[in-house]
Design a protein around this ligand. Structure first.
Ligand code: PTJ
Length: 247
C-alpha cells in the first residue's frame, strides 16, 4: 500500500507495513501482528519517543555488550522484519554472534530470517540446533546454537516472550531486552530493559557503542555498576502517567 508522506501517522503506518511484508515474505509469524499492536499501544502511551530513562538503559546495554566475553544478538520474526540492517550492524560493531531464535516453531521461517539478515548486511547467522538446549524452558526457544546462545554470557533479546528471559537468567546469562511494555514479564525479569521501540532503540544503541569504544574499561564498568533496572522501569511507568495526565 502506498502511504502518503503527508499522513499524520506516516511513520507508524510504514512500520506496520514492514510487519505485514514480513508476514507475506515468510519472515514474521502471523502472531507478530498481535505483538506489534501491543507494542504500538505502549509506544503511544510513552509519547512515541526515546525517553531519558530508555537512554539510561541503552547506555548500560552498550557498556554491557562491549565488556561481554561472548555476547549474542538473538533475532525473531518481528525484529528481522523491522530492523534487519540495524540489528546486523549491531552484531558487527560489538562484535557479537547473530542467532535466530523464534517462539512459533518453523524451520522454514528460521532459514528465511537468516537469509533476510544476510541480504541486509549480516556476515554470519547461526540457527538453533535440535540437539542443543538451554535448561528451564519448554518452548521452541529452548533450542539454541552451541557456538551462540548456549555459551553466551550476555544475550540481547528484542521483543521477547517473558519465560525465555527468565530461563536465560537461570542459565547464568545476563539478558538485555527491548520491550515497550514496562510491565511485561521479560521487562521485569531482565538484567537491562530498554523500554523503547526497537525501530528507534537499535540505531541509538549502535551509535552509543561506537562512541563508548573510545572509553577506558573502568569508565565502562562504572556505568554497568551504577545502573538500576527497577528504577528505569518505575520511570517508564511515570512517563506513561505523565502522558496520560497531560491529555
Ligand atoms: O518470531 P517469533 O515466533 O519468535 O514471534 C515473535 C513474537 C514477537 C510474536 C513473540 O515473541 C511474541 O508473541 O511476543 P509477545 O509475548 O507478544 O511479546 C512481545 C513484546 O514486545 C510485547 O510486550 C510488546 O509490547 C513488545 N513490542 C512489540 N512491538 C515492539 C515491542 N517492543 C519494542 N519495539 C517494538 N516495535
Amino acid at each position: 500500500m502506498k502511504i502518503p508522506r503527508s499522513h499524520p501517522r506516516y511513520n507508524s503506518l510504514k512500520t506496520r507495513e514492514l510487519i505485514v511484508e514480513g508476514i507475506r515474505g515468510g519472515i514474521t509469524s502471523i502472531d507478530g501482528l498481535i505483538a506489534h499492536g501491543r507494542g504500538e499501544v505502549f509506544d503511544y502511551l510513552l509519547g512515541e519517543k526515546t525517553t531519558k530513562s530508555a537512554m539510561k538503559s541503552i547506555e548500560a546495554a552498550a557498556a554491557m555488550l562491549l565488556t561481554a566475553k561472548h555476547p549474542v544478538v538473538s533475532v525473531n520474526g518481528n525484529t528481522a522484519a523491522l530492523v534487519p540492517t540495524d540489528i546486523s550492524e549491531l552484531a558487527k560493531i560489538i562484535p557479537a554472534k547473530l542467532e535466530v531464535n523464534i517462539f512459533h516453531t518453523s524451520k522454514n521461517r528460521e532459514v528465511k530470517i537468516k537469509n533476510h539478515l544476510i541480504q541486509n548486511g549480516a556476515k554470519e547467522v547461526l540457527l538453533p540446533q535440535k540437539n542443543v538446549k538451554i535448561n528451564f524452558l519448554e518452548s521452541n526457544r529452548r533450542y539454541v546454537n552451541k557456538t551462540g546462545i548456549y555459551g553466551a554470557d550476555v544475550v540481547f533479546v528484542p521483543l521477547e516472550d517473558g519465560d525465555r528471559t527468565e530461563a536465560l537468567i537461570k542459565n547464568g546469562k545476563k539478558v538485555i531486552v527491548v520491550d515497550l511494555n514496562p510491565l511485561s514479564r521479560s521487562a521485569q525479569k531482565s538484567t537491562i530493559t530498554i523500554v523503547d521501540n526497537i525501530t528507534r532503540a537499535v540505531q541509538i544503541l549502535n551509535k552509543t557503542i561506537k562512541e563508548y569504544k573510545e572509553y577506558d574499561n573502568d569508565r565502562i564498568k562504572k556505568m554497568i555498576k551504577g545502573y538500576d533496572n527497577k528504577m528505569v522501569l518505575k520511570e517508564a511507568l511515570k512517563q506513561i502517567n505523565k502522558v496520560l495526565s497531560e491529555k
